[in-house]
Design a protein around this ligand. Sequence first.
Ligand SMILES: [Zn+2]
Length: 305
Amino acid sequence: MIIELTKHIKVVRPEAKAVFPYSNSLFIDDEVKAMIDAGSGGRAYASTPVEKIELLLLTHHHFDHINGVSFFNNARKMAGREEAWAFQDEALYKKSTGYERWQELMGGQKNENWERLLELPDDVPSQLGFQAIELAGVFKDGDVFNLGQTSFSAVHTPGHSPGHYAFFFPQESILFSADLDVSPRGPWYGNEFCDLDDIIHSIYKLIALKPQILVSSHRKVFDSGVEDLFLAYLDIALQREEKILNYLTAPRSIDDIAAQDFINEWEQRNQHVLFWHKMMILKHLQRLEKLGQVAKTPDDKYIKN
Ligand SMILES: [Zn+2]
């Protein structure tokens, strides 16, 4: 489904719900035609002129944003300069997943394969895992794209991933915030290179733009109350942190903390969900340690200072 925000700026919504493996895209239908992200699925892109798209901008490297890159044969592909590695360097990509910590966090071998757990819909033309994508170039914070009547800038918003970008259209006051998606589940930071401090700063950076209209990767379009949406979203992460901190009056392991279910992020429960849950706890503990609020004991437990 296409939602016309203006004559030149259109949201491409997946036919199915805009949740993994799908995400919303933004179609700039101007003199130069561009698409932001490629995860809306073949059925949604069927109503867009995919062959005429000259520029494909990727907000970050997660599968639900890049799985349809092959639809855009004629487009120059670009991603944030902080994340070009994710499309080129398979070893670094693997490190970024955090799976090197599987043994440490899960106490056993990783034997369930996420790639096989999930059956992908037939209009998602890629397999999970590393995807080599030839980039025609990279963008950086503040870069401006002029595509005719429409111009917009790249806004570096790291934390969810190191090279995560939003895009802001100042004339129309439209923000595409990608995976800072104001989900009622809160922000997600379950990969090795996720950083909660960065997420907090990135959310305030987006609020400061004072967008009237918010389009994110996984929700409907909002045309009012954007600041409140972002603050409520951030608050979910801060509340998780407070609960963890209050629980650390005695030395606790990551397993102890995980058993408290402070991070209620996913509906389905499997080994991967539990792993990401523990990774997110680890991100909180890393931040609290940095802030001097928590210390690690010699037996790998954590306690409030
Ligand atoms: Zn993502």
